[in-house]
Design a protein around this ligand. Structure first.
Ligand SMILES: N[C@@H](CCC(=O)N[C@@H](CS)C(=O)NCC(=O)O)C(=O)O
Length: 214
């Protein structure tokens, strides 16, 4: 009989789903991987579009609950396994800032980085979800400056989201390699969970590129 609490992560290597897998590893909970080969366009076939109509990973299924969107998944998983201590509880003074910076990732950082990548001007400041690029980035830098983690001394699920995002966007030249960002990304990148997932991703990505089974 299948366990109704068993988690499935819809996954493709070296994508935004990587952060979700790192979080699951940090939580120490078992999960099944449903790997999609983006080289063959599996994410846009009807089977997966029934899971996420946008054809995007990550997505998580647990019983009948289907969750898409990296930000929602981060909050959901960290709350689901409170014993790991990666989610400040609702009465913790850090809960509000925790949610703020997770939402900031999806609502301000992501659109800013996409505009940057596309080399297009943001919408006028009053309309742009992130004001302007420098303002968005400086607010993040100021938050990270105290460190060592996004919320100070406490490591949370938000650090999985941000550490990996900054690591990748700095490597792509979309975010400048300022000291604060470099030191912070390094702190997350060197964690065993990140290292494990990165190694597994490299192997899986090589299989996808070569057209062999992973
Ligand atoms: N809004 C989504 C975006 C996810 C996303 O863009 N995923 C990319 C991988 S990094 C994807 O699945 N792309 C495949 C495609 O669009 O074909 C989220 O935050 O989860």
């Amino acid at each position: 009989m299948t366990d109704p609490d068993r988690l499935t992560l819809f996954y493709s290597p070296q994508t935004r789903a990587t952060g979700t897998r790192v979080l699951l590893e940090e939580l120490g909970e078992p999960y099944d991987l449903h790997v999609l080969n983006m080289k063959t366009g599996e994410q846009r076939q009807s089977g997966y579009l029934a899971v996420n109509p946008l054809g995007k990973v990550p997505a998580i299924r647990r019983g009948d609950a289907l969750v898409t969107e990296q930000v929602a998944i981060t909050i959901y998983l960290a709350d689901l396994f409170p014993q790991a201590g990666l989610a400040p509880s609702i009465d913790d003074p850090l809960r509000g800032p925790y949610l703020r910076w997770i939402a900031y990732y999806g609502s301000s950082f992501e659109p800013a980085v996409v505009d940057k990548f596309m080399q297009r001007e943001p919408a006028p400041v009053a309309m742009s979800p992130y004001a302007d690029y420098e303002t968005m980035l400086s607010a993040l830098e100021a938050q990270l400056a105290a460190g060592p983690y996004l919320l100070g001394d406490r490591l949370t699920a938000a650090d999985m989201l941000w550490g990996i995002a900054l690591d990748w966007t700095m490597n792509f030249g979309l975010v400048p390699k300022r000291d604060v960002f470099v030191r912070y990304a390094e702190r997350i990148r060197t964690r065993p969970a990140f290292q494990r997932v990165t190694a597994a991703d490299a192997e899986l990505a090589a299989h996808h590129a070569a057209g062999t089974a992973g």
